[in-house]
Design a protein around this ligand. Structure first.
Ligand code: FES
Ligand SMILES: [Fe+2]
Length: 430
């Protein structure tokens, strides 16, 4: 249970809020690189941390992310012409470069033109392509952190795939689903047997056989390692370890030789978030079958309403609930697909869940500790300017793991280096 003011502190991310200030310390996914596929392609609306922005790629391939609205009289630059190294407002022709600097006001006389342009600059943020994602940093321009080093974005192009989807609830309850390992045995139990990106791993049988996992949470430099322990063979435990790196990166423990996957949960505004879902293999290209399964919406991915990032199964169609499948046990909840099983339940909690009414139990220890860490980091940043965990790129070099360990060994000790990203080395997975 949280006090109302703490719930508000952790869930509000707009300009001027303490949690918004925390998010502005990090490089965050702003859009998929495929959304700006070529020079001078159409601009894309992007809403992040409750700010309405426009992203575009100019004639020289430079990326820009800036205020969506023209400085002249507030027209949306989504209608703009992207041409000759700038985005031109189609109302009266004012033109901006990728930094938001106004470079042309065609109606003004020559003698005033350059001095007037120089005074007009839209708010803008850097936009950088790393892997399949365009990243932005919305904080103090004088102090940008080092560029992100997440392994999924740094492996060779053929080894990684990222999708994104719109989720209609606050970022924190979506994140909390990502660090809540205990729901896997229930909500996703059907998928462990059938999903092409999960099935066949030895670990799955421990998951399904032991429905009462014991949780142990360990601090990490960037956040937490959440260990879920289940019984394995005599004298051994099966451990699934989920790293969470502040503020909103999670990585699901792997299964067999399947690619590793996880999420970024990015606030659009206080009642909506982007879920970036990545899949990568540290040591081999993704196979054609794996890529196809990801594009078809299996694993952590999903199908879409055509032409949008809204899931095909959404709250307007009750997520295409199939009661017969629920009754037969094909899926536990009757909703198809891991990501839609998660989204349906998280959205059902309302846009911002009332955490003053919840009843947490022992399996929620990861969530409790993550909230505490976020809360502390928000206050230390606000009150003393302390740089939060997860900004340092060394904190980003983590991996999830799924291992069988002797009963007397702690998971941190037993995993050792397996919880660190080691370029070119295989992940620890059973
Ligand atoms: S509103 Fe954009 S040029 Fe006038
Ligand atoms: Fe889930």
């Amino acid at each position: 249970m949280l006090k109302q003011e703490i719930n508000e502190l952790l869930t509000q991310t707009g300009p001027g809020t303490p949690m918004g200030a925390l998010f502005r310390q990090y490089w965050m996914p702003a859009l998929l690189a495929e959304e700006l596929p070529e020079d001078d392609c159409p601009p894309v609306r992007v809403k992040l941390l409750s700010e309405r922005l426009i992203a575009f790629r100019d004639t020289e391939g430079r990326y820009g992310l800036m205020d969506e609205f023209c400085a002249h009289r507030g027209v949306s630059l989504w209608f703009g012409r992207n041409e000759e190294s700038g985005l031109r407002c189609t109302y009266h022709g004012w033109k901006y470069d990728v930094t938001g600097q106004c470079i042309e006001i065609p109606s003004e006389p020559d003698e005033r033109h350059s001095s007037l342009c120089a005074k007009i600059k839209l708010k803008s943020y850097p936009l950088v392509k790393i892997g399949d994602v365009l990243w932005t940093y919305m904080g103090d321009p004088a102090r940008p952190p080092d560029l992100p080093q997440w392994e999924f974005a740094r492996v060779a192009p053929g080894q990684t795939y990222t999708s994104k989807r719109w989720q209609e609830c606050n970022w924190l309850q979506a994140l909390e689903g990502g660090i809540d390992s205990s729901h896997v045995s229930w909500l996703h139990s059907g998928g462990l047997k059938t999903d092409p990106l999960f099935k066949g791993a030895r670990g799955n049988k421990y998951n399904l056989a032991d429905m009462k996992p014991y949780f142990e949470v360990a601090d990490s430099d960037g956040g937490l390692f959440i260990g879920a322990r289940r019984n394995a063979e005599e004298g051994q435990y099966y451990w699934r370890i989920t790293p969470w790196v502040m503020p909103s990166f999670t990585m699901i423990p792997p299964r067999g030789d399947h690619p590793i996957h996880g999420h970024f949960w990015i606030p659009i505004d206080d009642e909506n978030c982007w879920v970036y879902s990545y899949d990568y293999h540290p040591t081999r290209p993704l196979s054609a079958e794996e890529l196809q399964a990801m594009k078809d919406g299996h694993g952590v991915h999903n199908e879409y309403v055509p032409g949008t990032f809204r899931p095909l199964q959404n709250k307007d169609n009750d997520y295409m609930m199939d009661r017969a499948a629920q009754k037969r046990g094909d899926t536990y909840s009757g909703v198809k697909g891991i990501s839609m099983q998660d989204a349906s339940l998280q959205e059902s909690m309302g846009p911002i869940v009332d955490r003053t009414r919840e009843r947490l139990v022992s399996t929620d220890s990861g969530i409790i500790m993550a909230r505490r860490k976020l809360w502390r980091a928000v206050e230390e940043l606000r009150d003393a300017g302390v740089r939060p965990p997860g900004v340092d790129v060394a904190h980003q070099m983590v991996r999830s793991a799924a291992v069988v360990l002797p009963k007397d060994q702690s998971f941190v000790e037993g995993c050792g280096d397996a919880l660190r990203a080691r370029p070119g080395k295989k992940h620890a997975s059973v």
